[in-house]
Design a protein around this ligand. Structure first.
Ligand code: S3P
Length: 168
């Protein structure tokens, strides 16, 4: 089947947005960020959605958007880190292109999220939360066939690996 979209999956702060924008620049494909679309449509931040309506409501919005984006083509799609929690999301997005899972060490993720306040699941002790969530979700990320280990790589090198796979 022709690969129509590139879908970037991975834990929070693994570089999905940075790599997605770079890939968009390199390919001329349009970049979309699922969290940004949800925030724009809802007219409120992810933090507000979690605080007011709870995580299950956010997951419903995320799932509906995954199905919608599975009908598109020519996009670089950056997903939220929890997209893997519902296998239907990955199954839908997988029909539409190449799903690439960005992986990195929790230590690097902890360093990157240190001063971030926009991620409701990391409220409180960030290090503890990252380690716990990462371990819980590890099998879900690892079940994605195309894995990209990002540790020690420059964004251009990561993008290159993804493009090679996309074009192969
Ligand atoms: C989440 C990751 C966030 C965002 C929401 C939930 C998660 O996206 O969707 O805060 O469950 O891992 P990023 O991966 O872009 O931080």
């Amino acid at each position: 089947m022709e690969k129509k979209n590139i879908i970037l999956v991975g834990f929070m702060a693994t570089g999905k947005t940075t790599i997605g924008k770079l890939l968009a620049k390199q390919t001329g494909m349009r970049f979309v960020d699922m969290d940004a679309i949800i925030e724009e449509r809802e007219g409120r931040t992810i933090n507000d959605i979690f605080a007011t309506d709870g995580e299950p409501h956010f997951r419903k919005l995320e799932g509906a958007l995954a199905k919608e984006l599975a009908q598109t083509s020519g996009l670089i799609i950056s997903t939220g880190g929890g997209i893997v929690l519902n296998p239907d999301n990955i199954a839908a997005l997988d029909t539409t292109g190449l799903v690439a899972c960005l992986m990195g060490k929790p230590e690097e993720i902890i360093r990157r999220v240190a001063s971030c306040t926009a991620r409701p699941l990391l409220a409180g002790n960030k290090e503890k939360q990252v380690r716990a969530l990462f371990e819980q979700r590890r099998p879900l990320y690892e079940s994605i066939p195309f894995q990209v280990m990002t540790d020690g790589l420059k964004p251009t090198e990561i993008a290159e690996k993804i493009l090679q796979e996309f074009q192969s």
